[in-house]
Write a new protein. Structure first.
Lengths: 319, 401
């Protein structure tokens, strides 16, 4: 088989790309939050666990109640965890039952600086708003593939499993409701102790550092969300470890970037797939010729063509 | 490129007992699919927010498309490596591929929550090219079409050679389309090699983004390469498996091409095993892989199955025994599928207290779709020239039986 050097190089494009993608030096592009990115700071030591934020969130965003299984009258909203009716929840960590060591924790979307859900979504239903960095969801584009759920390291997007026409549910910082009307998310507006506050990420980070510096004995040294998976716009400070508060220990590199890097190496400009196609087509055509020569000897090709011609003629004649 | 004399219609009764058994499971599956569309996914499945993908994705999409790589793997041997002697096997391989990918397509439509929005894939402003899922979805859709075109000549030949005058128009059109299709078919065939290379590797890339959830024994940037090689040896094994099954259930002699084909497999699996171990070593995960915990045993099972199948096929005396060839093909099918299950389900552990085991209806929906696939294959080979024509001496021995 005659292969020109250029063609050889072309194949190397796809075959090699599969090998090169993981090995190629990754200029891990610096993930930096936008100057105007907004988020929240939650201070676990200030939270009194009143759950006013949970109620307010449901009220503002028109979410159904999640009654406990024992609640026969179904009068109370007591969600056990985040789910398709609950975008925001307060939980309590207890070291032991006599309750010397305890801390509250608030869960909702972390609004990652480089969100995996946005990177994963095939149809742009998950989006990161330009500037503010708010990660929000558009049900009119969503196909319900739940890849965002697979991708999210915090398990935040929830799916309406019992619904015939389900959607994904997650916190969007009240982008379409409270933030739009009153300038801050419902949970921050309603919090009586200021345990969760809204603001620009850089200001919140500065505030968190100020609190840590002012009361080093009260707080853990780390700010959760400062670096995790490339940083999140919602950040946490607490008196107990973040592992106790139920947070996963995460790398500072973003898996979304890693995935995009592999994908872009393979598909940049669609060069590798086109080169692969071109090369394969060339080889296949070359092989076909030799095959046809062989077949010509047997004249099978010829026979069928004759047969078809005859049939067609016969038909036309018949009409 | 006309090989019309290589295939024939398998002349046998369509309504056999196995037909009715398969029909039963198909109907059951479709009834449960009906329940899913009326009452929601939660009503029939055990999937949860922690395990948002269950067997409908892990088996029906990730594994079944690999099992449907027979057409892909054979096309590489025949058209690229120029081994025309295998050509008689391609049609049945393509038909299995077509049904396998159809199964994946149907399963996805059952699995996705907002199926009515799937037109989003045809709206360029919604394309999200960073998404691995986008590449997989578009590529699989395209490949489904390619497979149908590749199977089309068999259908057309049937009408061309039909003696009855029941469909005179069809015959006329078939006579016009067939030679034209034949001229361009090679370009479709090449597309049928390019597309699976793309989406089979992407099926591996799919889990790269879930780094914090997928166990490091499986999470690597080499997932795409491992998946595409895995698809190849599963493809060859499935051609062997399928030929063996049809030789039993259709009372045909074992095709001699198969034994020669089994020689190819150890080379492919050896490359895979090399990449697998080199990657584990490079990422310093060999210790974890043999630590003896749950994940480690899942890994060891995967490796034992694949290296076991490879080992058998390395020996000439085993390759000449149809039984051993069949056994090793089975080992490779299960092992290769096991690897994919490890990546999509068993090695996947989200943070928190989540667990997943498929519910009965979930199982029966998958079984129903698989039954439908086999049913379609069995009917199609009895209506259209798809099975390889028996070699003369083989035909004689078959008659003697």
């Amino acid at each position: 088989m005659k292969t020109t050097r250029r063609n050889f190089l072309k194949t190397a494009a796809m075959g090699g790309a599969l090998i090169a993608a993981p090995l190629s030096l990754r200029a891990q592009e610096e993930i930096t939050a936008n100057e105007n990115a907004v988020g929240m700071l939650y201070d676990s030591t200030l939270c009194v666990g009143c759950k006013a934020c949970v109620t307010k969130c449901k009220q503002v965003n028109d979410m159904a109640a999640a009654p406990a299984p024992t609640d026969k009258d179904r009068l109370w909203d007591s969600p056990p965890d985040l789910d398709y009716r609950t975008r925001n929840i307060i939980k309590l960590y207890k070291e032991d039952e006599d309750g010397k060591n305890w801390a509250y924790v608030k869960y909702q979307c972390m609004h990652c600086v480089k969100p995996s859900c946005v990177s994963a979504c095939p149809v742009s239903a998950m989006q990161k708003e330009e500037g503010t960095g708010i990660v929000f969801y558009d049900k009119n584009k969503c196909i319900g593939c739940r890849y965002c759920q697979i991708a999210c390291p915090f398990n935040i997007p929830k799916f309406e499993w019992p619904e015939a026409f389900p959607k994904i549910v997650k916190c969007d910082l009240c982008k379409f409701t409270n933030l739009k009307l009153k300038g801050e998310p419902a949970c921050c507006e309603t919090c009586p102790t200021g345990a969760v506050i809204y603001g620009k990420r850089k200001d919140l980070l500065a505030e968190a550092k100020r609190r840590l510096a002012a009361n080093p004995e009260k707080y853990q040294k780390e700010i959760y969300g400062e670096y995790e998976v490339g940083g999140t716009n919602v950040i946490y400070i607490a008196g107990t470890t973040f592992e106790n508060l139920g947070f996963p220990e995460l790398e500072h590199d973003s898996a979304a970037l890693m995935s995009e890097h592999v994908q872009h190496t393979l598909y940049k400009g669609f060069i590798a797939p086109v080169a692969l196609y071109g090369f394969l087509a060339m080889v296949a055509l070359k092989n076909r010729k030799t095959k046809q020569q062989v077949e010509h000897e047997h004249e099978t090709d010829h026979e069928l063509e004759e047969e078809i011609k005859k049939e067609l003629k016969h038909k036309d004649g018949g009409k | 490129m006309v090989h019309h004399d290589e295939y024939h219609i398998h002349k046998a009764k369509i309504l056999t007992p196995s037909f009715y058994v398969l029909l039963f499971f198909t109907v059951l599956g479709f009834l449960l699919i009906g329940v899913r569309f009326v009452k929601g996914i939660g009503a029939v499945s055990n999937m949860s927010d922690g395990y948002p993908w269950g067997i409908w994705i892990a088996y029906d999409v990730a594994t079944s498309t690999a099992l449907a790589c027979g057409g892909y793997a054979m096309a590489i041997i025949i058209y690229i490596m120029n081994r025309m002697k295998y050509h008689p096997l391609i049609r049945s391989a393509l038909v299995t591929s077509m049904f396998g990918y159809m199964l994946a397509g149907m399963s996805v439509m059952v699995d996705i929550g907002r199926y009515w929005n799937s037109y989003s894939f045809f709206i360029p402003s919604r394309w999200q090219t960073n998404s691995v899922m986008f590449e997989v979805a578009v590529c699989i859709m395209a490949y489904n079409v390619v497979l149908m075109i590749e199977v089309l000549p068999a259908i057309l030949e049937r009408f061309i050679h039909s003696e009855t005058t029941r469909f005179p128009k069809l015959k006329h059109y078939a006579l016009i389309i067939y030679p034209r299709l034949d001229k361009v078919l090679i370009f479709i065939v090449v597309l049928g090699i390019t597309l699976p290379t793309m989406h089979q590797s992407s099926l591996g890339s799919m889990l790269i983004i879930a780094k914090s959830k997928l166990n490091p024994i499986w999470h690597t940037e080499f997932l795409p390469l491992l998946f595409v090689i895995n698809a190849l040896y599963i493809g060859y094994s499935v051609v062997i498996f399928e030929s063996f099954m049809s030789s039993i259930s259709f009372n045909r002699p074992f095709e001699s091409e198969i034994q020669r084909l089994s020689k190819v497999i150890p080379y492919v699996t050896a490359v895979w095993l090399f990449v697998r171990f080199a990657d584990l070593w490079y990422r310093d995960q060999l210790g974890a892989a043999f630590a003896g915990d749950y994940n480690s045993w899942m890994f060891i099972t995967e490796i034992l199955l694949i290296s076991g199948g490879t080992f058998i096929l390395m020996w000439r005396q085993y390759r000449t025994s149809p039984r051993m060839v069949f056994i090793s093909a089975m080992l490779l099918l299960i092992g290769g599928g096991w690897y994919r299950f490890n990546v999509y389900l068993l090695g996947f552990k989200p943070h928190g207290n989540w667990s997943y085991f498929p519910s009965l209806p979930e199982f029966f929906i998958t079984i129903g779709l698989v039954a439908f696939e086999i049913l379609g294959y069995m009917v199609l080979v009895k209506l259209f020239p798809i099975m390889p024509k028996l070699h003369k001496h083989e035909a004689q021995t078959a008659q003697a039986h």
